[in-house]
Design a protein around this ligand. Structure first.
Ligand code: 13P
Length: 282
């Protein structure tokens, strides 16, 4: 179908009350595996890369990879910068052809976060590229990103943040964390409803790996329109490869174990699409 921005897919999700799955990809195999799952369930999706993933292969390679696969796919696919860590990285991603950008100023003070997010939103608006920002701090560790002092999103701050930045979607902190949970996460689900009542742009849930399906669905009922999954995809891909290597330790063809990794990712992403309710929404 097409390589698209995240704008229309998030607006449609908002109108129809489901969420778009946003899947972190680390290499060509994961890109192919995620898009295969989307095609099998006729779902739109966002594929996203963190700064450390970009450090691994570079922006141009991910743009070429995702764009090539998206243009041949039967469903709309967008390429999103996840946790853009600076204005410069956001602008590089914009210039290289990312079709959706996140700027993460959540470690800054509210004022500094507003200034940075507004600056990125202004530049992206001129290019018709949507911008996600984060308010409050999602805890945990993912790649090189570690937050040891998580903080919940304040609904009043959220109103001011959205008004003064002009961002098009907002990542909220309600108790989820990146990476693997030690126990069952305890979310402040009422806070999510409060934010949804006063903010009229799509809300984003980070740190969804390990959150029970029913809890993710409840978050979607209360206004989440994009759900981020990273750690579980990395585990699925690695488990597939480990499984193949233990069955056939003498294998030396990366295509053989790579296929097993892809199958595991496709299977997982299909489950997550069903949790998001984005099947048949392409
Ligand atoms: P998980 O690693 O917990 O799935 O979080 C993903 C995420 O929020 C990416 O930004």
């Amino acid at each position: 179908m097409a390589f698209v921005t995240s704008q229309d897919m998030l607006i449609k999700a908002d109108q129809q009350g489901y969420a778009v799955g946003a899947f972190n990809v680390e290499n060509m195999e994961m890109v192919m595996a995620v898009i295969r799952a989307c095609e099998e369930l006729n779902a739109p999706a966002m594929l996203q890369t963190t700064p450390s993933t970009i450090g691994y292969a570079g922006l141009p390679l991910f743009v070429a990879n995702v764009k090539t696969c998206a243009e041949a796919a039967k469903v709309p696919i967008c390429l999103h910068l996840d946790h853009g860590s600076s204005y410069d990285l956001a602008m590089q991603a914009l210039r290289q052809g990312y079709s959706s950008i996140m700027i993460d100023g959540s470690k800054l003070s509210l004022e500094e976060n507003i200034l940075l997010s507004a600056r990125v939103a202004d530049a992206c608006r001129a290019n018709n590229i949507p911008v996600e920002a984060e308010l409050g701090k999602v805890g945990g560790k993912e790649d090189d990103l570690e937050v040891s002092d998580p903080g919940y999103t304040d609904p009043e701050d959220a109103v001011r943040f959205v008004r003064e930045t002009g961002v098009t979607s907002l990542a909220v902190a309600i108790g989820t964390a990146h990476g693997i949970y030690k126990g069952e996460p305890r979310l402040d689900i009422n806070r999510l409803s409060e934010i949804d009542q006063v903010v009229d742009i799509p809300l984003v849930l980070h740190g969804a790996s390990g959150v029970p399906d029913e809890t993710v669905k409840e978050c979607i009922r209360r206004g989440i329109r994009k759900v981020n999954f990273a750690t579980e995809l990395r585990i699925a891909y690695s488990d597939g490869i480990k499984e193949y290597l233990s069955e056939d330790p003498s294998v030396f063809d990366p295509k053989k174990y790579g296929r097993r990794g892809m199958e595991k990712v496709t299977e997982l992403v299909k489950q997550k699409i069903l949790v998001c309710g984005s099947e048949n929404k392409a």
